[in-house]
Structures are given as C-alpha cells and as structure tokens.
Design a protein around this ligand. Structure first.
Ligand code: HEC
Ligand code: HEC
Ligand code: HEC
Ligand code: HEC
Length: 288
C-alpha cells in the first residue's frame, strides 16, 4: 500500500514539473502584449490623443504597424521618459523637410522617396518643407492611395489655380482611360480569352503612370501622356479585335445551338408521326 502512495507522489511531481512551465508559457502568450505608446497617448488631450484615433483607422494599423515602427522608442514601458530614451532610437515629430527621409527609409517607402528625388518638388521640400509626403497623404490617418487624394487645392498654394486645375484634370483623364482598359481586360478574363501579354503590358503602363505623381515634372507628365496614348491605342485595337472575335464566337454558338434544337424538334416530331402511323396501320390490320 505504501508503494502505491510513493508512485502517485512521484507521478504528481513529474507532472507538475512539466505542467507549470507550460501554463506560464501559454499565459504569457495569451495576455496580448500591451503597447504603452498607445495606452498612454489615448489618455492625453488634444493632438497627442488625436493621433491615436487617426492612426487606428489607417492602413498602417491594419497592417499592425504601431507607433514605434515610425517613431522608434520602446513601447514596452509605461513611462514617457523611458519610452523615448535615446538608446531606443526615438524620433519625435519629424521636421517638415525631414519627412521624405522619415517615410522613405529603407524597408518602408524607399521607392516613393527615390521617385520624389527625381522631380522638382524635392528641392522645394529641402528649402521650404513642402510639398512633402504628409501634405498629400496625411500623417496618421493614411489610407490606400488613389489619384483622388489630390485636388487642385493641393497644388494651388504654390501654383496658379488654372495651372493646378489643368494638371489635375489631365491626370484624372489619363486615369479614366486606364480604367476603361482594365474593365475590358476583366471582361476578357471572365470569358477566358487569352490576354496574358496585354495584361502584362497594361500593368507596366499602370505602374509607370503611378510614379508620375511623385515625380511631377512637366517633361515627365508630357512624356507619360504620350506613352499612355500610344499604349492605349495599341491595347484598344487588340481588345476590339479580341472582343469582336468573342462576339463572332457567341453568334456561331447561338446559331449552332438553334440548329441543334431544330434538329431535335424535327426528329421528335418525325418519330411521333411514325409511331402514330404505325399505330394506325396496326389498328387497320386488327379491325380487318
Ligand atoms: C506614459 C505616457 C507616454 C508614453 C508611454 C509615451 N508617450 Fe509619447 N508623449 C507623451 C506626452 C505627455 C507627450 C507630450 C505631449 C505634448 O508635448 O503636448 C508625448 C509626445 C510624443 C510625441 C511628440 C514629440 C514631439 O517631438 O513633439 C511623439 C511622436 C510621441 N510622444 C510618440 C510616442 C511613442 C512612439 C511612444 C512609445 C514608444 C510614446 N510616445 C510613449 C506621453 C507618453
Ligand atoms: C506611418 C508612420 C507613423 C506612425 C505609425 C505613427 N506616426 Fe506619429 N507622426 C508621424 C509623422 C510623419 C509625424 C509628423 C506629422 C507632421 O509634421 O504633420 C508624426 C507626428 C506625431 C506627433 C506630433 C503631432 C503634432 O502635430 O504635434 C505625435 C504626438 C505622434 N506622431 C504620436 C504618434 C503615436 C502615439 C502613434 C501611435 C498611435 C504614432 N504617432 C504613429 C508618423 C507616424
Ligand atoms: C503631390 C502629392 C504627393 C506627394 C508629395 C507624395 N505622394 Fe505618395 N502618392 C500620391 C498619390 C496621388 C498616390 C496614388 C497614386 C496612384 O493612384 O497610384 C500616391 C501613392 C503612394 C504610395 C502607394 C504606391 C503604391 O504602389 O501603391 C505610397 C507608398 C506613397 N505614395 C508614399 C509616399 C511617400 C513616402 C512620399 C514622400 C517621400 C509621398 N508618397 C509623397 C501623392 C503624393
Ligand atoms: C509647397 C509648394 C508646392 C506645392 C503644394 C506643389 N508644388 Fe509643384 N512645384 C513647386 C516648386 C517650387 C516647383 C519647381 C519650380 C517650378 O518649376 O516652378 C514645382 C514644380 C512643379 C512642376 C514642374 C513644372 C515644370 O515646368 O517642369 C509640376 C508639373 C508641378 N510642380 C505639379 C504640381 C502638382 C500637380 C501639385 C499638386 C498635387 C503641386 N505641384 C504642388 C512647388 C509646389
């Protein structure tokens, strides 16, 4: 009897040595780590609180990119001074002229920065701090961008209203053309028509067009406009001929179906007639 107690005792000890670290581990995992940048800032007033509310709806929040990804600092301590220790590479509010480098650091938006550097606006940013990334995209409430984030108002603080309007309109009109092509390509995909080459050419065109907004020189706009026109003409022609052949196939399909249905109906009627005739002959024969 005594032996049984000893075995149970040893068994319990062994079980506990495995179980306790396991419980500690899972509890550590399930209690989601607090981010004290957010915890503290949400309790502040004015702008330092507003940034959290804006950030919460942003594309960065949706991708779990929290405050310290951009600002550095240590999000694990509940103390403003310790959180912003020099050692943790904290960057406070960047100066306007530093914003392109702040957003365009490697691993983030280096491509957009390289594009901005190619155009005349980068010089203006270095001199007067504008037009920088935040002027067009916002700072904490950043969303997936389309051309519609810029209007003539974005430009007319520096350029004349007419010039701004003309620039924005010409960009929007190029964008419309591109959208039309996309619709046609979608239609072809739905109909399983081979369109790989065209899709590739279309994607190249689109990405070329999309970098325009960061470069913005007159030459670049004119060149892109020409390129888009040429490409659109080519793609449009290809599309029209492919769509025409889809329509031709549709017509052939309808005619063939109609013909097949006609044959089936004729055949059924024919069979019915024959059976009726045979029945009549049989009846005549029996009544004789
Ligand atoms: C315990 C509270 C607390 C914590 C934790 C905290 N902050 Fe702050 N933060 C503040 C206060 C208070 C201010 C100053 C507000 C003011 O000056 O109006 C501030 C200011 C800032 C500023 C503006 C600085 C400037 O140069 O204008 C930034 C950016 C910032 N915090 C980011 C962070 C980040 C990133 C973290 C986490 C790594 C963090 N904060 C953690 C309380 C906190
Ligand atoms: C995508 C990068 C990014 C993220 C993420 C981000 N910030 Fe910022 N933050 C910026 C930029 C850029 C500025 C400068 C904006 C300007 O000058 O208009 C800034 C400015 C600030 C300021 C100063 C605001 C002012 O005008 O006085 C505070 C405070 C701040 N951020 C706190 C935070 C906190 C807290 C979080 C997390 C909830 C956060 N930021 C997340 C990029 C970011
Ligand atoms: C003159 C206004 C303007 C400025 C300045 C600007 N952007 Fe943009 N950005 C736009 C617009 C408009 C779009 C959307 C274009 C489109 O539909 O492709 C965009 C698109 C983007 C995209 C998305 C690109 C993609 O591939 O989806 C990123 C990232 C971006 N910008 C980052 C930046 C950064 C970083 C800076 C500063 C270095 C910056 N932008 C400066 C207007 C601007
Ligand atoms: C903060 C001031 C500022 C804002 C805002 C601004 N620009 Fe500019 N832009 C400049 C400066 C400075 C130059 C270079 C000097 C010049 O060529 O006039 C320039 C040059 C240009 C050029 C080249 C002109 C040429 O002849 O090559 C284009 C195109 C342009 N901007 C378009 C825009 C558009 C579109 C917007 C709005 C989305 C805009 N800019 C917003 C300051 C600004």
């Amino acid at each position: 009897m005594k032996r049984i107690y000893t075995i149970i005792f040893i068994f319990t000890i062994v079980l506990l040595t495995f179980y306790i670290p396991f419980v500690q581990k899972t509890m550590g995992d399930s209690s989601h780590k607090k981010n004290y940048c957010i915890e503290c800032h949400i309790k502040l007033n004015g702008k330092p609180r507003a940034v959290v509310l804006e950030w919460e709806n942003s594309i960065h929040a949706k991708n779990n990119l929290e405050c310290h990804i951009c600002h550095g600092g240590n999000p694990d301590v509940d103390d403003a001074k310790a959180a912003k220790d020099k050692k943790s590479n904290f960057v406070g509010k960047p100066k306007k002229k530093d914003i392109p480098e702040f957003c365009g650091r490697e691993g983030c938006h280096d491509q957009a920065l390289a594009q901005l550097k190619k155009g005349p606006h980068y010089n203006s940013v270095l001199k007067i701090g504008s037009p920088n990334c935040v002027d067009c995209h916002g700072d904490h409430n950043i969303q997936q961008s389309t051309y519609h984030i810029i209007t003539d108002k974005t430009c007319s603080s520096c350029h004349s209203v007419e010039y701004s309007r003309e620039l924005v309109n010409s960009i929007i009109s190029i964008e419309k053309n591109i959208e039309d092509i996309e619709k046609s390509l979608d239609y072809m995909n739905e109909r399983n028509v081979e369109s790989k080459d065209m899709t590739q050419r279309y994607n190249e065109l689109k990405s070329y067009f999309h970098q325009l907004v960061h470069i913005f020189s007159k030459q670049e706009i004119d060149f892109t406009k020409k390129l888009v026109e040429v490409e659109i003409e080519y793609l449009d022609k290809e599309l029209q001929s492919k769509i025409a052949s889809i329509k031709r196939l549709d017509l052939i399909y309808i005619l063939t179906s109609a013909f097949s249905i006609g044959v089936i109906i004729t055949f059924t009627v024919y069979i019915a007639l024959i059976r009726r005739r045979r029945a009549k002959i049989q009846k005549d024969f029996q009544s004789r």
